[in-house]
Each structure stands twice: as structure tokens, then as C-alpha cells.
Design a protein around this ligand. Structure first.
Ligand code: GBH
Length: 453
């Protein structure tokens, strides 16, 4: 059962929806310049216009209101409000977010701000980005500006979206801006700076206001037990979820490396054995700042892998058969993942409140002859995941909110506009929004607080 104040929301990110890339004094982000290089984004597309939410945010809010959303998680474009990443503040940028925030509040929707969802200021990239030991301070200064500008009305802030992705995919070879291929020596240093940036930002924002809640939104890989009744399977899945292994040149995806320092104040032992040699001198002293207490833990959860315990308790992979349920971009559909992600997060990190800050699926949605967008697969997907989520809560997981990804069809990074993740269809040639069947279905879920699942 979902709590009385459970936050039913949807999420977006600035570069994926805003457009207005060169307007009103906005500085360049690494995604602007990456898209200008040829051949990087499917079909040569860019986020120059995207969903044009920079001009059409009122239509976005109207769709949210129609669906009855309680919360909206969006991100701020750092270079829109600080064109050089540091120093001068662009009032036009502040104004855009003020208008959006005021429109949300006027419609009874609570704003949740993500400070950084990947559109890094290009000027700071030229200074070495997260390799620069000043980079945590740049981010903390930016966080302070946001708390000062928006903290009177916005009570929930998230520092980083999926650090695994913007460091891994961006700097360790993964086709995301700026598309560099550093090895673990650089990447581990960057990761450390990102976490220090998080801690310094938390402190900076708390200095500005003591009435805001602050969190962090990492992602997986996650694992779940093949047999949920078998404790050995559960334990193997848990151990695997929090393992840091040696990915060689590839730093790899890990949960614990990115969460233990923040929530436990230490790096995982197994990871230190491999990577300690790459951490910047004095890293131990930073852990106190990195682990400054936060109010909630976000999790972006799409899918996970099933594992089981063999006869001697060893991990065995559960193979997926050909034709295993998958989404429009071939991601597997594994509803159990959300339950075990919640339970495992609380098992390792205590009773910290959890928001699922992203969950959803890509579809090949179209406008039908009747003018509507029928997306039964998404309804089925969300139904299955939300039932598992409800079970997790019944089993004691402290989950307080769920943000569907995404409010709108949008620029799916290097896959361009192919993969439609929205509850709301966006007709890109015209910018027109159409609420999909899944959006109306979600409306009923929200209206009954999940009782109808
Ligand atoms: C999110 O990325 C982004 O935050 C969002 O901007 C994006 O649009 C959305 O999802 C849809 O792509 O080791 O193989 O288990 C999520 C992307 C999540 C994909 C973690 C890889 C684990 C890799 N990633 N996942 S694995």
C-alpha cells in the first residue's frame, strides 16, 4: 500500500526537452557542442528545439495537471543560468525557471529540481571538467545560486542524475558528450570529484536554507533473486548488486562505489583494492564532506538481471531466453527489479526515504487514425512495476515517491528522437502534445493512490 502522501510524479531533463539552446544569453553546454559535431546523434539531430519546453512549458504543466501529477522532477541547465559555469548569473535563465516553478505551484504540482542532468557548461569542460580539483567548488557555487533563486518555493533538490552515466558514458567511452575515452586513472579521480561536489553542494545549499530536502539520484546495475522465496538467491543478488569489480580499462557500472561514500562515509573495500591507487591524495579527508547527511535517496531503475545461488552458494546467471519481454529500445522488462532495488537500498543504507526518480520504457508510439496514442505496452509495463513497488512497501521498504520517466517524448541522447519514453506524445514537426492512453491510466492510479493496481 502506498502512503497517504506518496508522491506520484513524472520526470524530464533540461537538454532533452527545453530547446531554446541559443536564446536569452544561455551559455553552451557540452551537449550543444557534441550535437554540432557530425554523426554523433542518430539522424544528426540536436536538442536545439527538442520539445520546445522553453516556450511551451505552460502546455507541459497543463498536461501534468490533466493527469493529476503531484510532483514534477525537472533539471536546470547550468549554462542557462551561469553561461560560463562560474561567475556571472543570467537573469533570463533564472526567469525561465521561476516561471515554470510558479506555473507548477499555481497548478498544485510540487517542483523537484535536479541540479545536474548532464548538460555541463562547455567553458568548464575547457578547464578540464571533473578532472580539475576546483570542479567541486564550481558545482557548489552553482548549487548555492539555485538554492538562493528557487529555495523559497522549491523544497526538494537532487544534486546529480546518474553519475555513473555522465562519467562512464561521457568520459570512459559510451557515446555521450563529450565522448572521451579515459581509463580508470582519470575516471576514478573524476568520480571522486563528483561526489565531493555533491557534498559541498549539500553544505552550500543548507547554508542558504534549512527548510529544503536534498537527495542524489544514482542508477544500477541491480540484480534480483530468481526465486524470491529463497534466501540464498536473495543474498547472492544483494552481494552482486553492491559489488565493485575490476572492469579493466572500462570502469564499469557499480552501485556501491557511487553510494557508499555518500551514505556510509567510506568507499567499498573490494573497490578500494582495485582503485585506491587512482584516488587523489587526501581522499580520506574528503569523505566527511562527501557523507554530509542527505534527506532521501533517489534511484533511477529500468531493469535488472536475475541471479541464483548455486550449490555452494556461488553466483549463477539466469539466462534470458530469446524473445524475453523487452521494450522498444530492447531493454528487458523485469518488474521485480524495482522491488529488490528498494529492499536492497534500505538493507544496505538503513531506513533512508527512497524516491524512484526514474522508471519507464521506450515505445514506438504513433498517433492512430482516431487521433489518440494507444500504448498498451506501457500501461502493462507500469502496472507490473508499480505492483512490485507496492509489494516492496508492504515488505517494509521506505519508498515515498515515484517519478515516471518521462513526462514527454524527448531527445533520448545519442539515440535522438527514435525512442519515445513519454506519457505525453510529442509530435516533433509541430510540437503538439497528446496525452497517451498510459497517461490517462496513470491518472487513475494517482486518483486512487494505487489502490486500483
Ligand atoms: C536515464 O538513463 C537517463 O537519466 C535519462 O536521461 C534517459 O533519457 C533515460 O534513462 C532513458 O534512457 O550495467 O547494463 O545494468 C538510464 C540509462 C541506466 C542504462 C543504467 C544502463 C545500467 C547498465 N542507464 N543502466 S547495466
Amino acid at each position: 500500500m502506498f502512503g497517504k502522501n506518496f508522491v506520484w510524479g513524472a520526470a524530464t531533463a533540461s537538454y532533452q526537452i527545453e530547446g531554446g539552446a541559443y536564446e536569452d544569453g544561455k551559455g553552451l553546454s557540452i551537449w550543444d557542442t557534441y550535437c554540432q559535431r557530425s554523426g554523433k546523434i542518430l539522424a544528426g539531430d540536436t536538442g536545439d528545439v527538442a520539445c520546445d519546453s522553453y516556450h511551451r512549458y505552460k502546455e507541459d504543466v497543463a498536461a501534468m495537471k490533466e493527469m493529476g501529477l503531484k510532483g514534477y522532477r525537472f533539471s536546470i541547465s547550468w549554462p542557462r543560468i551561469m553561461p560560463n559555469g562560474v561567475g556571472e548569473v543570467n537573469q533570463k535563465g533564472i526567469e525561465y525557471y521561476n516561471n515554470l516553478i510558479n506555473e507548477l505551484i499555481a497548478n498544485g504540482i510540487e517542483p523537484y529540481i535536479t541540479l545536474f542532468h548532464w548538460d555541463y557548461p562547455n567553458e568548464l569542460f575547457y578547464k578540464g571538467a571533473w578532472l580539475n580539483s576546483e570542479s567541486p567548488k564550481w558545482f557548489a557555487d552553482y548549487a548555492r545560486v539555485c538554492a538562493e533563486a528557487f529555495g523559497d518555493r522549491v523544497k526538494h533538490f537532487i544534486t546529480f542524475n546518474e553519475p555513473q552515466c555522465f562519467i562512464g558514458n561521457g568520459f570512459n567511452g559510451g557515446g555521450h558528450a563529450p565522448n572521451l575515452h579515459y581509463g580508470p586513472r582519470e575516471v576514478i579521480r573524476m568520480a571522486h570529484h563528483v561526489m565531493l561536489a555533491h557534498g559541498m553542494a549539500v553544505n552550500a545549499m543548507r547554508e542558504v536554507r534549512d527548510d529544503i530536502k536534498i537527495g542524489y539520484a544514482p542508477t544500477g546495475p541491480y540484480f534480483y533473486p530468481e526465486n524470491p522465496e529463497n534466501q540464498a538467491d536473495i543474498d547472492v543478488a544483494y552481494e552482486k548488486t553492491f559489488e565493485t569489480n575490476d572492469g579493466g580499462d572500462w570502469f564499469g557500472w557499480t552501485v556501491a562505489w557511487w553510494l557508499d561514500p555518500i551514505l556510509l562515509g567510506k568507499y567499498p573495500e573490494d573497490g578500494l583494492k582495485i582503485y585506491e591507487k587512482y584516488l587523489p591524495t587526501g581522499w580520506q579527508d574528503d569523505l566527511k564532506i562527501i557523507s554530509t547527511p542527505i534527506d532521501f535517496c533517489g534511484q533511477n531503475l529500468y531493469n535488472a538481471h536475475a541471479v541464483r545461488a548455486g550449490e555452494n552458494g556461488e553466483l549463477q546467471w539466469v539466462k534470458r531466453y530469446v524473445g524475453f519481454p523487452h521494450t522498444g529500445n530492447m531493454w528487458p522488462v523485469t518488474p521485480e527489479a524495482i522491488k529488490w532495488c528498494a529492499l536492497f537500498t534500505n538493507r544496505r543504507y538503513g531506513n533512508i526515504p527512497i524516491y524512484f526518480t526514474e522508471n519507464g520504457m521506450a515505445g514506438s508510439d504513433v498517433i492512430s487514425l482516431d487521433g489518440k496514442v494507444h500504448d498498451p505496452n506501457r500501461i502493462d509495463f507500469l502496472h507490473r512495476y508499480l505492483k512490485e513497488l507496492s509489494e516492496a512497501i508492504d515488505m517494509g521498504a521506505n519508498v515515498v515517491g515515484y517519478f515516471q520517466w518521462s513526462l514527454l517524448d524527448n531527445l533520448e541522447w545519442s539515440n535522438g528522437y527514435r525512442d519515445r519514453f513519454g506519457l505525453v506524445y510529442v509530435d516533433f514537426p509541430t510540437g503538439k502534445r497528446i496525452i497517451k492512453d498510459s497517461g490517462y491510466w496513470y491518472k487513475d492510479v494517482i486518483a486512487t493512490n494505487g489502490e486500483n493496481l
